[in-house]
Every structure is written in C-alpha cells, then in structure tokens.
Ligand binder design. Structure first.
Ligand SMILES: Cc1ncc(COP(=O)(O)O)c(C=O)c1O
Length: 461
C-alpha cells in the first residue's frame, strides 16, 4: 500500500502518529514502523472507508464480531438510553440491575441445551479464562482438586489471557510468553481436509484422532483432567469443520471419563452458522458455553459464560462451605453492554437472522465456487452459514500444501485488500465471515474481489 507508506512518512499524519505511539497485535512491529497503518475512519453496513476515501467490503466483520454491520441505529439508541438511565452498576455484594437480569434470562431461554445461570465478563478471552476457573471451582467443590488439566485442539484459538492463551493451540501465543501453563494439553486438530492420511476416510480419520485422545487420557489419568475446550467450528484455526463422527465420539469419550465439555462459541453463536448457536449446528451438548463478539455485534465489549445445572449446583453447594464465590470483575454485567446485547438479540430475532443466514449459506458458497472455479491454487471451499474458508493448496489430489515460507495466504489477503475486500489469512486458508446483514449482491462483490486478488497472486507463481 504505497499511499499508506507515503502518508506515514509525513510528520503529524495519523499514520506517523500511530507508528509513534500505538502497539498493534498480530502485526510485524518492524514492518508496521516502516509501512504504517491503514487508518479506517468510518463504516456503514458491510462497508468501511479509510481516511484516503477508499472503500472496503468488510468480509471478516472486523475480527469475526460485527454481525449486524455498521450504523445499526437500534444498537446505538440502546446504548444511549442505557447510558442515560444507569451508566454503570456492579454485581458484587448481592447487587443487580434490570439489564443484566433481562440478558441472563434471555440467554438461558435461547441456549442450545438446558443451561442454568450466566457469568458475565468483557471479552472472549476473559470469558474463556473464567470458564477454566469455573471448571477448577467445580472440581474443587466436588472434592476432586486433582482434576486440573485442560485439553484443547492444536490450532484452536481461545483468546489471549494467560489461561486462554494456554488453551489456544498456536505457537505464536506460546513462544516468547512462557506459555502454555503446565497442564494445558493439546490434541490433534480435527482438520480432515489437510491432515487426513492418504486414502483415509472421514470415519477412519475421526477414529484415529479419538483413539489418540483416549490414549492421552489414559496416560494422563482421567482423574486429573478437568475439561475439554472446543469451538463447534474452529474459526481462527482455519475455519475447520470437525467431522460429525469425531464430535460425536469426543462427547462419548468425555462423558465416559466425567470430563467437562466447554464450547467456545465466541465466533459461532448468534446465527453465524445458520443456527442461533454453533452447538446446535454441530450437535454439541456442553456443560459451559463461552460467548462474546456477536452478543453485542461488537458495539460494546461484553462476554458471557453459560453454566449448566451440574456446574452451578456444585458452585452453590461450595458456598455453603466458603464465605464468598471469589470471582469478580468491575465490569462484569456492565449495564450498557447488557442493554446493547439485549437489543442485538432482539434484532437477531425480529429480523429472523438465523433463517436469513441459512438462505444465504448456499449463495455465499456458490458464488465463491463460481468465482474461484478458474483458480489452480484454490483447493477446497468450505463453510457453514456465513462462515467460510477458502483453502489454498499447491495440489488437491493428493493434497500438497504450499511451503509456509511462500506466505501464499497472506499474499492473497493483501491482494484482496488491494481490490477493496478484507478477508483474513490463517496460514493458507482465507477466512470469510461477513456481517450477517450482507446482501446477495454484496456477496457477489465479495466473491469477485476475492477471485481478482487470488488471480493477482497466482499469475506471479
Ligand atoms: C473462538 C474464540 N475464542 C476466544 C476469542 C477471544 O476473544 P477476545 O478477542 O474478545 O478476547 C476469540 C477471538 O477471536 C475466538 O475466536
């Protein structure tokens, strides 16, 4: 982006002031200092505009979160109303307020499996962290304090607090940060597309992963394992849709050994996969559900942990022994976040977002397949609802992935951005997660710009 580098070299430009003062995550800091940021100034619907007046289709809903798009006046109004009425209240020492009561009741009503109570936090990472803490609290309450270990998938992303980053199965979150903590173990990613052995059926792939997991549980001792964390679909892991046989077998195994199941629905909840929750799409029946992002359509930072009766009853029983439940946060159940979330859920329901996503799923997948048909480097296109992954590979049969040092995925994402489209490269998977309000014609634009970006990279290979 020469215009960005040029602006960054001008003293006092926003780009120069950014490089002077701001630290950016998931960014090469040296390259950032050299090239500067892309400064986004405004957004409307599925579109954002940079400060040089260029428009981009936001094909990733920001970071998988802006489900209702920009400029949703009902959310803005809900925020303003709540700020005027009660800008802040907390939940400690038996205090409460109407917005948190409304939201908790609604979440329990729409939960994909019977749930009992809700704990609130401010981000997906915090909620995942709190879910891990609640698992420990549960096992202590059950007089099984030795159940301390967690299992999660390699490549899965569960956030970036110390516990959530330990759950995350990615090197970049661990190396340099002295993580993962002891007792956070990772098992194979259920990515049949890239990780199956030659000629291995989906069933055989699932059975192999489950056999490895059972062996790990036996080696570690089931009585030392607190919980297994999984996303219904591994979003930041590369939009990995686990085989149904794998998820079914996983739950049988966990039940057999009494291990809690935590579903991380930070990306998948609130219509994204064509059901209100990804657990329904993928047939998961967890003990705890972690939600964030779409809960407020990113208009306010808020997250939640839905807790079932098995866990909540044990927490209450523990309160007969201890003076206090010791988890607390200043902004847990922030009234503005709760009011915005209540309104977002009302919009999801009023606008029949789930039905809309189901109708648009084939539109998205078909237009991606049509636009990318001519590309020799597009291996697979997969998706559920309005969450899709375009898998780039050197050869499809037998599967041959690109050398990671070629950085084909990031090059394609950059080329798509030059065409006016934001997608996210996760290795060589291009993730697509547009606002659920996207129109059919905007989906066509998305697919067309993506195809042009990929073609630009392909012609230089
Ligand atoms: C599945 C999943 N869990 C947790 C998180 C962490 O959420 P946050 O960035 O709000 O802390 C993310 C963020 O992308 C996520 O994708």
């Amino acid at each position: 982006m020469p215009f960005v580098a040029e602006a960054a070299s001008r003293p006092n430009s926003p780009e120069a002031r950014d490089t002077a003062f701001v630290v950016h995550g998931l960014t090469n800091l040296r390259r950032h200092l050299d090239e500067g940021p892309l400064v986004i100034e405004s957004g409307r619907g599925v579109w954002v505009r940079d400060r040089h007046g260029r428009d981009y289709l936001e094909g990733m809903s920001g970071l998988w979160c802006l489900s209702l798009g920009y400029g949703e006046t009902r959310l803005i109004e809900a925020c303003r109303r709540q700020m005027e009425t009660l800008a802040y209240a907390h939940l400690t020492n038996h205090r409460s307020h109407p917005a948190v009561i409304d939201l908790a009741e609604k979440l329990i009503e729409i939960a994909p499996v019977p749930m009992s109570h809700v704990w609130f936090a401010n981000s997906g990472s915090e909620a995942a962290d709190c879910a891990a803490r609640l698992c420990w609290y549960y096992w202590n309450a059950q007089d099984a304090p030795e159940r301390r270990k967690f299992l999660a998938h390699r490549r899965a992303y569960h956030g970036n607090t110390i516990a959530a980053a330990s759950l995350t199965g990615a090197d970049y979150a661990h190396r340099q940060f002295n993580l993962p903590l002891d007792g956070f173990l990772h098992v194979a990613c259920p990515d049949y597309v890239t990780d199956a052995l030659e000629e291995e059926s989906e069933q055989a792939f699932s059975e192999r992963l489950l056999a490895d997991l059972e062996a790990l549980i036996a080696r570690e001792g089931p009585e030392t394992i607190a919980a297994f964390f999984t996303e219904p679909i591994l979003a930041a892991g590369g939009v990995v849709i686990p085989p149904q046989a794998y998820l079914d077998g996983l739950q049988i195994l966990l039940r057999k050994h009494g291990i809690l199941l935590v579903a991380d629905e930070v990306v998948t909840a609130f219509g994204r996969t064509g059901e209100m929750f990804g657990c329904t799409t993928m047939g998961l029946a967890p003990d705890l559900i972690v939600c964030a992002k779409g809960i407020t359509s990113a208009y306010f930072p808020l997250s939640a942990v839905l807790i079932n009766a098995r866990v909540f009853d044990a927490m209450v029983a523990q309160s007969d022994r201890l003076p206090l439940f010791g988890l607390t946060m200043t902004y847990s159940g922030h009234p503005v976040g709760c009011a915005v979330a209540c309104e977002a859920i009302r919009i999801y329901e009023d606008d029949a977002i789930v039905a809309r996503v189901r109708r648009l799923e084939p539109v998205l997948l078909d237009s991606l397949r049509r636009s990318l048909r001519g590309s020799a480097i597009v291996g697979y296109i997969r998706g559920r609802g309005l969450l899709a992954g375009v898998q780039l590979m050197a050869r499809r049969h037998p599967v041959q992935t690109f050398d990671p040092t070629q950085r084909i995925g990031p090059l394609c994402a950059d080329a798509a951005q030059a065409q006016g489209l934001f997608v996210r490269a996760i290795g060589d998977t291009l993730a697509i997660c547009p606002p659920l309000t996207i129109s059919e014609s905007e989906i066509e634009i998305l697919a067309d710009r993506l195809a042009r970006g990929i073609a630009d990279v392909e012609k230089d290979l």
